[in-house]
Ligand binder design. Structure first.
Ligand code: ZN
Ligand code: ZN
Ligand code: FE
Length: 758
């Protein structure tokens, strides 16, 4: 008998880490292994995807090569390691059960329904025709249904639905698009949608098209999405929108609108390529884009705004709804009473929406983790998120330093907290303002949930320097070694961390409302030089009194008086700012005697003051309103600005009095608000760059990092960037991490780790 030479066999063990679970990575590996006729297995382990392959050496190498260069659309490969091992004699290639050891892999964020699923959804021949919970390995809810890692059906709120035989077949067939698609379901076995009126279900064949019909008729309908409920109404109906504002007790804060398609969106707002890209991105954020005139969307949706927040349908429910509504856009705003957290539990919805929604469209799958919509705008082709939540969370921010074992509490407004492990900072979903008692309660719950969900532990707690912040006090009630981090330093580090420049020296410029300073006064126009783990304050705007403290924030006319008094003395009393002489005299006395009048250099307060001085916003109805409206009022900048003076040496101080005096002069000369506002914006941009340039010469730092809530202002951001680049300064902004206080948690986590390093 001729002896047959045994075929040469090689074997490898491969470990892939990153966002590789719940994104179709295992079927992808399976398909490549099968084409190359390799044996072995692939599985999700606590430490990424583990693969063993064996077969002809050249085929193994081809396999490794393909894994190195190819990946499924939403996977993010962070590390890839490969070792040669002894062949074990596997037969066939199998997808194995998940190993439940220490779970460390990342949880994917929620993904907008994909085009393949959409085609099936609207195909009358398909078995999932109009089934509102259609999903596949490439799309569907993730974070919002996940109880703990690994991302397997038993660990999600889909566990109560037992798959029918057809779904089961798809789920277990490695070449199927629904292989291991954890929320896989159909109308026979999965969740169902229901419409309610006054707490009772309405029997209709299609509750979603019925809800659409009700919106067409002017009703307000609560609709359950991925991360919570929305309130929906016709965005082209003045009476519906006004009624929604009244019921939500919402002042002038803009509502977002959902539009049917990008084409429809283009009829309502101007969109460039990157804006379109983000609108259609699988994270489906709300994008603030320039409103077209005339516009079918009524003014009451976003009063006085030049921008509209638009987004596209991202759940199958939204798609069915939008196909059935008549108007091109509907208001779709977080389901809550003003300042309260978003409602995401059904029981809560029935309670809270009793007087707010005429109808409730819900479904019987539990939302485990709430998540508001993310909101951003595009600047110079890059997304800048103002709220980082659904579609992004819980993807971590990778930083260049070790940030292990930290819980960062964040700040009180637009709160997010963060948990850090190794070099990853997991920022939480958007919480809201901790001044609200319900939000504080949810904040504590969310901290506990996220620890369990991602299996993260902490031994250190980073918090704001402000002793009176709720976030600080709550941090103190938890166990762990505490580190206080100055607010503006945290802002600067957040931008440096996400731009991966923590190792460089930089001039951080943080402009915001107010933050607690090292000297106990309120800072907010900081020029700080940051050198690995340390910062020096080199400049700021002049301090002015805040008569009435917090009250001066909600009544910007008070700030207008304060700036006027600083610039003009007694003459300030003569200037009309919507306050009676009596009130002005009281304010003057408060300032003179420093009664309940802290000092602040927060630039946000100066924007508030100018806004009130121009008669744009005398009392605010939402955070940032005076500054936003001042920006909206500005005409196209043309380089004109007001005189200013920079004083001091070691610590520079920008004197604001000449600016205020010039504005008053302009007002007396009946210069238009449009002109004054643009001159003011240009002035601040020039000051920023001139002072940055001065500090650069002394410190040898030519990188500037621009952060803080004031940089949500697009005119200021783009003018500063432009002027700085003319001076040869390199600029960095926040992008995926909010420039407002929503980014503070990242900066705190980094700051406390830098301190630890020393
Ligand atoms: Zn899909
Ligand atoms: Zn089924
Ligand atoms: Fe801030």
């Amino acid at each position: 008998m001729p002896s047959q030479r045994p075929e040469e066999v090689a074997a490898y063990r491969i470990n892939v880490n990153g966002i590789v679970q719940g994104v179709g990575y295992r079927p992808f590996v399976y398909n490549i292994a099968n084409t190359l006729r390799l044996n072995g297995f692939v599985l999700n382990s606590g430490n990424g995807v583990l693969i063993e392959v064996e077969g002809r050496p050249e085929d193994c190498l081809r396999f490794i090569e393909r894994l190195r260069v190819e990946k499924p659309p939403r996977a993010v490969v962070k590390t890839f390691s490969c070792v040669q091992i002894t062949p074990r004699g596997y037969r066939g290639f199998r997808v194995e059960q998940t190993l439940s050891e220490e779970v460390e892999t990342l949880c994917p964020p929620d993904v907008a329904v994909c085009n393949d699923c959409l085609n099936e959804l609207f195909n009358p021949e398909d078995r999932r025709h109009l089934y509102p919970f259609i999903n596949c390995i490439n799309c569907g809810p993730r974070f919002t249904i996940l109880e703990k890692l690994p991302y397997d059906r038993v660990n999600t709120s889909m566990k109560k639905f037992k798959m029918c035989s057809d779904c089961e077949k798809e789920y277990s067939e490695p070449s199927n698009r629904r292989f291991k698609a954890e929320p896989n379901a159909c109308s026979r076995c999965g969740p169902t949608a229901r419409l309610y009126h006054q707490g009772r279900p309405i029997r209709v064949e299609n509750p979603i098209s019925e809800a659409a019909r009700l919106i067409n008729r002017g009703f307000i309908v609560a609709v359950k999405g991925y991360g919570g409920f929305h309130l929906a109404c016709d965005a082209t109906s003045g009476s519906s929108v006004t009624e929604l504002r009244r019921r939500k007790r919402r002042g002038n804060k803009p509502f977002a609108i959902m539009v049917k398609s990008v084409e429809e969106a283009e009829r309502i707002v101007e969109l460039n390529d990157s804006e379109k890209e983000w609108l259609t991105h699988y994270s489906a954020p709300i994008i603030l884009a320039k409103k077209k005139e005339p516009n079918p969307v009524v003014e009451q949706v976003a009063p006085g705004m030049r921008y509209l927040g638009v987004f596209l349908p991202y759940t199958p429910i939204h798609h069915i709804l939008m196909r059935n509504v008549d108007p091109p856009a509907i208001v779709l705003t977080s389901g809550n009473i003003s300042e309260e957290p978003i409602v995401y539990r059904d029981s809560e919805a029935f309670e809270k929406f009793k007087d707010m929604a005429d109808y409730i469209l819900t479904y019987n799958r539990r939302i485990v983790n709430f998540a508001d919509d993310s909101v951003g705008f595009v600047q110079d082709g890059r997304l800048r998120l103002l709220r980082r939540s659904r579609g992004f969370v819980p993807e971590p921010v990778e930083v260049e330093i070790k940030v292990d074992g930290v819980l960062a509490m964040g700040a009180d407004l637009n709160n997010t907290f963060a948990l850090a492990k190794k070099s990853r900072v997991f920022m939480s979903q958007y919480m809201g303002d901790l001044e609200n008692m319900f939000i504080r309660k949810r904040y504590l719950e969310a901290i506990r949930n996220m620890q369990r969900l991602l299996n993260l532990k902490y031994s250190r707690i980073a918090h704001d320097l402000h002793p009176a912040y709720y976030s600080t006090q709550i941090g103190f009630s938890l166990e762990g070694e505490k580190t206080a981090v100055q607010h503006h330093y945290a802002h600067v580090l957040s931008a440096m961390a996400e731009n991966s420049i923590l190792g460089l020296d930089a001039l951080g410029i943080a402009f915001d409302g107010t933050g607690y300073g090292e000297d106990g006064s309120l800072w907010g126009s900081e020029f700080i030089v940051v050198r690995r783990g340390e910062y020096v304050r080199r400049g700021h705007f002049k301090y002015v009194p805040m008569p009435g403290g917090e009250k001066a924030i909600t009544e910007p006319a008070r700030m207008a008086f304060s700036y006027l008094y600083d610039a003009l003395g007694e003459d300030a009393l003569k200037i009309e700012i919507g306050l009676s002489d009596n009130v002005k005299t009281v304010l003057k006395r408060m300032i003179d005697r420093r009664i309940n009048t802290p000092m602040t250099c927060g630039l946000g307060r100066m924007f508030d003051a100018v806004s009130a001085l121009l008669g744009i916003c005398l009392t605010r109805t939402f955070e940032g309103e005076p500054a936003v409206m001042l920006e909206m009022a500005a005409g196209e900048v043309n380089g004109e600005s007001y005189p200013f003076k920079i004083m001091g040496e070691e610590e520079y101080v920008v004197d604001t009095a000449p600016i205020i005096r010039s504005i008053v002069e302009d007002l007396e000369n009946r210069t238009s608000v449009k002109t004054i506002s643009r001159r003011f914006h240009e002035t601040i941009a020039k000051i920023t760059v001139e002072l940055a340039d001065t500090i650069r010469l002394e410190e040898g730092v030519d990188i500037i990092v621009l952060t803080g809530g004031v940089f949500q202002n697009r005119i200021l951001s783009s003018r500063v960037k432009h002027l700085a680049e003319e001076h040869g300064l390199k600029t960095f902004f926040n992008n995926i991490v909010p420039t407002n206080d929503g980014g503070i948690s990242l900066g705190q986590a980094v700051a406390s780790s830098l301190m630890e390093e020393k």
